[in-house]
Design a protein around this ligand. Structure first.
Ligand SMILES: [Mg+2]
Length: 370
């Protein structure tokens, strides 16, 4: 089997809540998502979705997905999409970095491998653990009482894990964390995710001020060293996200005992092949994970479900159903949240079919090899 053509479509995903706000005053109201189609000489087509959280979260941006595919695509025409090791080796040789661009190709090729073998991606990634995957809800940064009300409202919908977007003014963030925790039950989990927004001294003040609460602290500061300093001065369970962008940083953080949980995002790492490598390493090293992506709709949610469902339950801290945050459905067959949980499809590949009437026209085509 050979890759014959790579195309992409652009789709806008408005947010149900109108906007999503996080640290440093950053926000997005309509996501710009790219749906990638990898065609083969067998007639099988694989699909994927890449959707950066705006241009200011990770080193990624929406137009960069499309530009990167035009650069990378010609190197991949003629390769066997089922040989994911060879494919990733070729991608890394042809384009340095740009993990999010490679994600578009890699995930679509997992979809092809699943369709070619008649197996769901989660079976190919190690097998299905348990009946369903527990989800968290991200709580957009607004006033403390409004955030607590949103936590209570999403709890009514079945969620038991909440990720509070802090990383703003530290005094207000302390109020936010206290207000949110006060509406939860002892068995619920609350994560205060500062998304790199605090300086080290601000983070130190916040962790001391909420030391009596059952709360996880996620990525308080911009650099790994600042986070490590905060980690060494708190007993709160600690999550690293933005700084852990590959195996090198994962191993370094393990050696430094820098985290209890790590946030693995598919497009931050470069696709399902590299997410699986990091995931399997975390299981071997005893580190629990939030398994998700930067953002997306139905196709991203399907990929997350396959990665999460093939992870042993003890190491699955949370995952995300991004398709419930946006008003546009871009594919049929994606997981749908049920009482705070979702499950990976039993159909071959990702188990999704793009909704062509929702996707915009084809915005790029790569059909010739370099
Ligand atoms: Mg995070």
């Amino acid at each position: 089997m050979k890759i014959t053509r790579i195309t992409a479509h652009r789709v806008e995903l408005p947010l149900v809540e109108g906007a999503y706000h996080w640290s440093g005053g950053k926000s997005v109201s309509v996501f710009d998502s790219t749906i990638v189609c990898v065609e083969t000489d067998s007639g099988i087509v694989g699909y994927s979705e890449v959707c950066p959280l705006g241009p200011f979260y990770l080193p990624a941006y929406a137009e960069g997905v499309r530009a990167g595919l035009c650069e990378l695509g010609p190197h991949l025409i003629g390769l066997d999409p089922r040989e994911l090791g060879v494919l990733n080796h070729r991608m890394d040789a042809a384009l340095k970095g740009h993990a999010y661009v490679k994600t578009g190709i890699d995930v679509a090729c997992w979809d092809i491998l699943g369709k070619a073998t008649g197996l769901p991606v989660c079976t190919l990634m190690g097998g299905r653990f348990g009946e369903s995957v527990r989800l968290y809800r991200a709580i957009s940064q607004v006033a403390p009482d409004a955030m607590a009300a949103n936590v209570a409202s999403y709890r009514q919908q079945g969620y038991t894990r909440f990720q509070l977007k802090v990383g703003g003014d530290p005094d207000t963030d302390i109020v936010r964390i206290r207000a949110a925790r006060s509406v939860l039950q002892p068995t619920d989990r609350l994560v205060a995710d500062a998304n790199t927004g605090w300086t080290q001294h601000e983070a130190m003040r916040v962790v001391r001020a909420v030391a009596d609460l059952d709360v996880y602290i996620e990525q308080p500061c911009a650099t790994y060293e600042e986070c490590l300093a905060v980690r060494r001065n708190t007993t709160a369970p600690f999550v690293l996200d933005e700084n852990i962008d590959g195996i090198d940083m994962l191993l370094r953080a393990k050696a430094d005992l820098a985290m209890d949980v790590v946030n693995l995002k598919i497009s931050k790492l470069g696709g399902l092949t590299k997410a699986k490598q990091a995931r399997d390493l975390c299981v071997s090293m005893g580190i629990a994970m939030t398994l998700e992506d930067s953002w997306g709709g139905d196709i991203t949610t399907a990929a997350i479900a396959h990665l999460a469902h093939s992870t042993p339950e003890a190491f699955r801290f949370t995952s995300t159903d991004f398709n419930s945050y946006v008003t546009v459905s871009n594919a049929d067959g994606a997981p749908q949240r049920e009482n705070g949980f979702m499950r990976a499809s039993d159909e071959p590949g990702l188990g999704i079919t793009p909704k062509w009437d929702v996707l915009g026209p084809c915005v790029l085509e790569v059909a010739k090899s370099k």
